[in-house]
Design a protein around this ligand. Sequence first.
Ligand SMILES: Nc1ncnc2c1ncn2[C@@H]1O[C@H](COP(=O)(O)OP(=O)(O)OP(=O)(O)O)[C@@H](O)[C@H]1O
Length: 463
Amino acid sequence: MQALLSAHDSVAQSDYGPVLPPLPDKLPDNEEAIRIVCLVKNKQPLEATIRKNEKTGNIFISRVIHGGLADRSGLLHPGDKLVEVNGQKVWGLQPEHVIQMLVQSQGNILFKVIPNTPQPTNSQPALYVRAMVDYSPLQDPAIPCSDAGMAFSKGDLLKIVDQRDIRWWQARKLHSASLCCGLIPSTNHKQRELWWSQPYQAHTCIRPCTKKCMKLFIYKELPSCYSCGVSSCHNTSATVYEEVVHYQRHIDDPPRLIVLIGPSGVGVNELRRRLIKINPNTYQRPISHTIRSQKMGEKNGREYHFVTKEVFAYMVVNHKFLEYGEHNGHMYGTSLDSVQDVLDNGKLCVIDLEPHCIHSVRTKKLKPYIIYVRPPSPACMKQTRKDPHFLSNRYIKRYFYDKDFEEIEEASRTMEAKYRQYFDCVIVNDDLQDSCMDLFTAIQHAQEEPQWIPASWFAPDHP
Ligand SMILES: Nc1ncnc2c1ncn2[C@@H]1O[C@H](COP(=O)(O)OP(=O)(O)OP(=O)(O)O)[C@@H](O)[C@H]1O
């Protein structure tokens, strides 16, 4: 009901349509085509930016943000020359001055503009991407106006609606209540790489902007203020956005690989073990390889593939493993072939993985669905973890200490900060039964519901 009322209010408030005054009788022949635009001022910002041509003194509309007031009016466009605001000529004025005029005006605002013709059309289809970095326009000194920018975090899904500006795209977040777009940096910026490559720290190589953007009806574009020389802050380039497509698994497609990730001790193995135990005909883990000797009761190919050091080394060198490492003085590894064996058996393959190995499974063939198992608060862990457990690197069983819970929480924070852009789903492992249920639901969701996956997993195979 509340949503309905709020929807009604926002529609009712949208009375910003043009109210055109009558045209003057005598128009000089040599006068450029002038458009008179009257907008009714309400609480929303106009969502446009202006810039001044310092040589000619002309003021132009440089951007109109999609979904904003100016855009919805359909009457103001990038490149339009602003001639008058409420009857006052703006030629030669500083943009701040124009902004003040807009702020001070009450009721209707009358713009006289010389339309930019022809209008560049936005012919590019919308692009969907996943953000691979965190971005805050408030900390980006290069953005023309931070108020027009849109902050995003790793893993956010963005719809890029306008790429006409080579440096600043317009995008909106999917699954967000706001329909309005904001500016985000394009991937074309050469110097961008320098900024993206240091997403976790303040970028000390860039001089902070001295001019402040004003959160007003119309924004003034700030000059770019990079002062960073390539030599002074070299860094590897990072992928900023990953193009994604909406993927609905076809019934004949192999099931997606289910990958569980979490800090040591959170319960990844327990959840996987329970899932397989409840439904062994549907789920299976791949059989790992090891160089340790076979124990009584173990069967080669059932508990492990027992191989020699030489065979193991050969597999490492030939990139057969998705992940391998040492445990209690012996080498263990999960091979791609063992995952394939599970799939060939018509089962759903569930593996746990160290996060730094995510790239080895992010392939078109495996189309992994990555589930992050997050610890609840240390207090909740203390409540739920009362039984002794095996320490991960030793065959020693002991109770959890308070210190363990804090360490798990800290490890989780670090892991999420670094890898959360890859997580398709997060399960908080508080109550074990609930978490098992959540895991079961997530896996069903992964196989049956449409999901955003990297577009590269959809690209045709190269011959
Ligand atoms: N939700 C839970 N409630 C109570 N106990 C749990 C829960 N989840 C896991 N445990 C217990 O916590 C202990 C550690 O779990 P588990 O061995 O699965 O951790 P892990 O994440 O696989 O870590 P490692 O990789 O170090 O083995 C086990 O004794 C397990 O039974």
